[in-house]
Design a protein around this ligand. Structure first.
Ligand SMILES: [Zn+2]
Length: 109
């Protein structure tokens, strides 16, 4: 193997490592994991190995809980819609006027 091929191989490996490290950052961020800890781990083994581990273990239970709570809040918002400020009857979220008393609901949004 010539010197040029060796140099290209080193650059190639380096490039793959950089890409894998970016991947580790993105997966860690998405799954609510500590990037710094996983970055240090990737220095000891390999960012490619760490990336595979991160993908296998998925998101933290805290992150999952957070997502469930957000989903539930959104669902609750859609379900409840708008309560009329005048007669306190429930209205669909996108109603402009109250279906019971005809009060303007625009101010509520
Ligand atoms: Zn009303």
């Amino acid at each position: 193997m010539g010197e040029t091929e060796q140099l290209l191989l080193i650059i190639g490996i380096f490039f793959v490592y950089i890409l894998a490290t970016i991947g580790v950052y993105q997966v860690a961020e998405k799954n609510g994991r500590n990037f710094a800890a996983w970055f240090i781990t990737s220095l000891f083994c390999s960012p490619i190995v760490v990336l595979i581990i991160l993908m296998c273990i998925g998101e933290t239970s805290e992150k999952r809980k957070e997502e469930i709570i957000n989903e539930e809040l959104l669902r609750k918002k859609i379900r409840e819609g708008i309560t009329c400020p005048n007669c306190h009857n429930p209205n669909a979220k996108d109603n402009k006027f109250c279906i019971t008393c005809g009060a303007n609901l625009g101010a509520e949004v």
